[in-house]
Design a protein around this ligand. Structure first.
Ligand code: PEP
Ligand code: MG
Length: 325
């Protein structure tokens, strides 16, 4: 196994028909970052900034955040890092944050909603990111955006911080790219207005599944009812590939889905070329894609999207078995 991994590390992430695929890592703590080297990943597709917040006894100030983001960029050594602003609320709570007693936390005050209602918190986080990224390329994305207006508001707050730094004589990032998480289905119907405003988009398939099917992501009673490989979710992804492609917006997927080889195969079949996953999944996914003919799979899947079934998983499993994927 070790020898196989060592061999894979040297080989490019390319399908049998020559499609290049970017494989990135999901990270949260600094201890995740050495995996960039051990896997040979193309960067950090999702840096969950709430994770270091969750393991602390109190809310980190700008200096503490700055130090954390600086170390992340340092460790990444020039590879792109998608910093996601604080995504708390719902299933992720902070020990020093008030217990809100919301009836539906997943539908409640969380992620960018908190950031927009408490802009000083968001501003401080953005300030720390921009300062850590002085002279470097910085990529920032906002979680749980439901309306273009929310994105515009968040972007404005970011622009304010950029200006503040500049006015204060601080060196800014060499380049700043701004992205959005695609997790709330309402956003699918605002792509015309949204796509011209963003540099990149990352699908959070964990939340997208939850909100598309109105099905709690943490409720075991619902575990097997709705599937990521459902025609509905795969058609959403295919549509995003097309729309983002037309708009020149880089599309990636950073939910747990990309960490499972069969699901990742489906992602390549719908046309995704940027996958972000947890480190342990890396080599299996890479090995899968190297044995895959993406064009052939896409043609196969085109016959499946309209089937009136719960999941296309059996068809994809059969394809994988038939084609030695
Ligand atoms: C997701 O929703 O798929 C995602 C990547 O974000 P998180 O799992 O952190 O909510
Ligand atoms: Mg999410």
């Amino acid at each position: 196994r070790q020898a196989e991994y060592a061999r894979l590390l040297e080989l490019p992430a390319v399908t049998r028909d020559g499609q290049d695929v970017k494989l990135m890592l999901n990270c949260g703590l600094l201890i995740d970052l050495p995996h960039l080297k051990t896997t040979g990943a193309d960067g950090v597709g999702l840096y969950r900034t709430e994770i270091p917040f969750m393991v602390r006894p109190s809310y980190p100030d700008v200096a503490t955040q700055f130090e954390n983001y600086s170390k992340v960029l340092e460790e990444a050594g020039g590879l792109p890092v998608n910093f996601r602003t604080l995504d708390v609320g719902g299933d992720k709570t902070l020990p020093y944050f008030p217990e809100l007693g919301e009836e539906n936390p997943a539908l409640g005050w969380r992620a960018i909603r908190i950031g927009l209602d408490r802009p000083s918190m968001l501003r401080k986080q953005l300030r720390a990111m921009l300062m850590a990224g002085a002279g470097r390329d910085v990529r920032i994305m906002f979680p749980m955006v439901a309306t273009v207006a929310e994105f515009i508001q968040a972007r404005r707050i970011l622009d304010l911080e950029v200006k503040r730094l500049k006015d204060g004589g601080h060196p800014g990032p060499a380049d700043l790219k701004v992205g959005v998480m695609m997790e709330v289905p309402a956003l699918l119907f605002q792509l015309d207005a949204l796509l011209p405003l963003v540099d990149f988009m990352s699908v959070g398939s964990n939340d997208m599944l939850q909100y598309l099917f109105a099905s709690d992501r943490g409720n075991p009673m619902m575990n097997n009812r709705y599937d990521l490989l459902s025609p509905a979710l795969l058609r959403v992804l295919k549509m995003l590939v097309e729309k983002c492609g037309e708009a020149g917006v880089t599309l990636s997927l950073c939910g747990e889905m990309a960490s499972k080889p069969l699901d990742a195969m489906a992602l390549l079949g719908v046309g995704m070329r940027h996958l972000s996953m947890s480190a342990p999944a890396f080599f299996e996914v890479k090995s899968m894609l190297r044995s895959l003919h993406a064009g052939d799979l896409a043609a196969y899947m085109d016959q499946l999207y309209h089937l009136p079934v719960r999941s296309l998983r059996p068809y994809l499993r059969a394809y994988a078995a038939d084609h030695g994927v």
